[in-house]
Design a protein around this ligand. Sequence first.
Ligand code: PLP
Length: 394
Amino acid sequence: MFESLDALAADAILKLIAEHQQDTRAHKVDLGVGVYRDQHGRTPVLSSVKKAERYLVEHQDTKAYLGSGGDPVFNDQMQRITFGDASSGNDRITTLQTPGGSGSLRIAAGLLLRARPDCRVWISDPSWNNHVPLLGGAGLRLEKYPYYDAATRGLRFDDMMAKLATVPAGDVVLMHACCHNPTGLDPSPEQWRQVADLVVERNLVPFVDIAYQGFATGLDEDALPVRLLEDRVPEMLVSSSCSKNFGLYRDRVGVLSLLSADAKTNTAVRSQAYQIVRTMYSVPPDHGCAVVSHILRDKALRAEWIGELAEMRGRLKAMRRLLVDALGQHAPGHDFSHVIGANGMFSFLGVSPEQVQRLKSDYAVYMVDSGRINVAGITPGNVEYLAKSIAAVL
Ligand SMILES: Cc1ncc(COP(=O)(O)O)c(C=O)c1O
């Protein structure tokens, strides 16, 4: 049977990770993989997470199955983070624990297909490179709306609005709440208000992917699109991930929140979502969710986590500034100011695939072919070398 299967090319990002690992040049720089790094190039376990794990080792008294929706206490905490405290107990919202943001997106896809099999989902051009295989692979019909202008290295806001104004009522629009992947460019608060007005006016179904909450401005600020829409639309889907803001990448922690027109519909939506989970992985993984739940409920740990999140956010901003300053010295004729205006870990540097290849082969500087960089790979120790290398291939 298996002989009928063709071998697939290695995933581009996994291939890049392997190439970087095998590279023996001491000065190599990794701007590829999408994880946070500290100034020593490490992806640390947060101190708040370590403390919560110690607490769980001592106090967790069962690992019996959870239900398909996961732990209601964790779900409530997560819902409050994204929708605000007032959303707790709202009988129009169901939040269920999922294996990371990816698991959340996949359950959302299953639900959309059950609710409306021919539904179309509009995604930004470009978008996270797993949105298409993940959502399209699940069977959804995907369409694109303009987002990034390679010529100006800015947001195509007017084009995006013009396109969304033509999207038929009832279609789903996927939006990155903050720290857009791969561009790092987010609409301003005023632009988000305009997007929200258009979504309401045209009766579109918002689907918000919030994988970097707290990495742009702050927890509440980064949830702006959700907060602007929750009271104004009958239906909304929100996929949240704790991979980045809690550094729990491999523990698979996330939620899917589903807003329905009324409590009765919400009961039906919840039962359908639970059944999709039951037939896919039965119950969600718990350890990382239990860690997050404990941190969010413990006043001191929560404050510590918020401090650690602010530190990560601050470092990312500082590294953007450092790179642009260094490029100003080594590549004075070129404008990289768009890197400072972006949020979170990613930006398009604005280099060609050939320049990406030369950076890799001649300078041991690794980034994905599109020229997307993860600014978390920059440190005060490598920024000079990095800027000189980029200048050399321009
Ligand atoms: C935009 C976006 N959404 C969702 C995810 C999923 O994250 P995870 O499944 O690791 O929680 C990512 C991860 O990189 C992302 O960039």
